[in-house]
Design a protein around this ligand. Structure first.
Ligand code: ATP
Length: 233
């Protein structure tokens, strides 16, 4: 569904992503792991048109999407949940969820809000609270709920566990698994390599802007090099 080939991204003279290839097939959950500064966020920004592509191509559903903006991509079903959540802080939970459906023109939006509330009962309890007054974990739930409101074909998640308490991290990964089990194809970018690989079908390790390893997630999880470099062993 999503295919990245020979992708290069630079900030001025600095090559942050140096010609990477990867793909996410229909129904898969693929994890992209790597240390700080490996180029994970830059890769997601390039896919979603937030950072120019210096070389290579990005295909979604068989067509190049290089250079397209977030709105066009969301309308086609490629939706990103950015690092730092990006909720509308002065809007309520319900208003944020409605905003997530801005790319749709059907009459099932209210029903989908109820579905999101089914996944995240906490959001239902707080439906009319301003998003900016929610905890970090609650805002991550809201960001995920808002993205689901766009009915994504592929969901890109940037470091959903960042800055959250262990209990909230458990909850967020549980929900990632639920969303995937319900049929959404996902690309999960995480520094928390063990959790991200435990959920994934396949994984890619990004190291200084290059893909250094790839394979079935379970194999990567058991690989001594991955365990030494990313799982603190
Ligand atoms: P982290 O997990 O810490 O977010 P990452 O793997 O997502 O790391 P990126 O944020 O993609 O890494 O950064 C890749 C490289 O590009 C780093 O060396 C970073 O310093 C550099 N970089 C990122 N954003 C910019 C920017 N706006 N201007 C200049 N350099 C940048």
């Amino acid at each position: 569904m999503l295919k990245v080939s020979g992708l290069k991204v630079a900030y001025g003279g600095i090559q942050a992503v140096k010609g990477i290839d990867f793909e996410v097939r229909e129904g898969e959950l693929v994890s992209l792991i790597g240390a700080n500064g490996a180029g994970k966020t830059t890769t997601l920004k390039a896919i979603t048109g937030l950072q120019p592509v210096a070389a290579g191509d990005i295909e979604f559903l068989g067509k190049s999407i290089k250079g397209q903006g977030a709105w066009d991509l969301a309308r086609q079903g490629l939706v990103m949940i950015p690092e730092g959540r990006g909720t509308f802080t002065r809007m309520t939970i319900v208003e944020n969820l409605q905003m997530g459906a801005y790319v749709r023109q059907d009459d099932e939006i209210e029903a989908d809000i109820e579905k999101v509330f089914g996944i995240f009962p906490r959001l239902k309890e707080r439906a009319h609270q301003l998003a900016g007054t929610m905890s970090g974990g609650e805002q991550q739930m809201l960001a995920m709920g808002r993205a689901l409101m766009a009915r994504p074909k592929v969901l890109l998640l940037d470091e959903p566990s960042m800055g959250l308490s262990p209990i909230m991290v458990d909850k967020i990964f549980e929900v990632v698994q639920t969303i995937h089990a319900q049929g959404t194809t996902m690309l999960l970018v995480e520094q928390n390599a063990s959790r991200a690989l435990a959920l994934a079908d396949r994984g890619y390790v990004l190291d200084s802007g290059e893909v250094s390893m790839t394979g079935p997630a379970q194999e990567l999880l058991n690989d001594p090099k991955v365990r030494a470099a990313y799982l603190g062993e």
